[in-house]
Design a protein around this ligand. Sequence first.
Ligand SMILES: C[S@@+](CC[C@H](N)C(=O)[O-])C[C@H]1O[C@@H](n2cnc3c(N)ncnc32)[C@H](O)[C@@H]1O
Length: 215
Amino acid sequence: MSRLSFHLPFIDNGPTADSITPMDWEDKYRTGETFWNKGAPSPPMKQYLERHAVRGRTLVPGCGHGHEVALAVQYGLDATGLDIAPTGVAAARALYPQLAERFVVGDLFHPPEPMRGVFDVVLEHTCMSGLPPTMRADYRRGIDLTLRRRGLLIGVWFINPDLAPGDEGPPFPFSLPDLTALFADGYAIVEDYVPEVSFAMRVGRERVRVLRRLG
Ligand SMILES: C[S@@+](CC[C@H](N)C(=O)[O-])C[C@H]1O[C@@H](n2cnc3c(N)ncnc32)[C@H](O)[C@@H]1O
């Protein structure tokens, strides 16, 4: 199994020269190695949307099979999913045919022109945690390019999960200080907590952090 697999082996000594090679997401979808896909929307994201009346145009970057897009629409958001992997987007359209037009193939790092500066909300769920550290600045730039000023970045962040052998988790450890540093300028933290609900294996390893882009 590739060391870039989303689960094992977990890289516990920090990224090495070859561990910073980007994942071939399209290949993962084509071969069905989509270990991250739980077949349902993120429980902490669902709980957040149940408890908060969030509205507006919403982007789900790295939407994969589209569960968070379907969740967002269910909670009244005008959501669009963006993913770089055409096979992932095709799977999302097949799973949610009534939402097919909401799934777009594209690169968050170079967002399509109609997506620039138009979103009131970005929902983050395991897009960031699949990226090597060298791409974190690109991720931040992608959020800056799509989220309007005063908009909300609502994230369920898979934080530095400290995996035991056999556990599943993101390939590149991403700590809370890393997250804080990535959005230190230009964003304010409006909510921050360890959720009470999570997928099995992610209990205690996720963090809900909501950031408001400053005007
Ligand atoms: C770990 S998967 C998570 C998928 C989905 N959020 C989920 O929880 O099932 C990361 C996703 O990000 C997508 N992705 C990676 N880099 C991207 C980029 N630059 N622009 C858009 N999508 C990207 C991948 O194709 C993949 O679907």
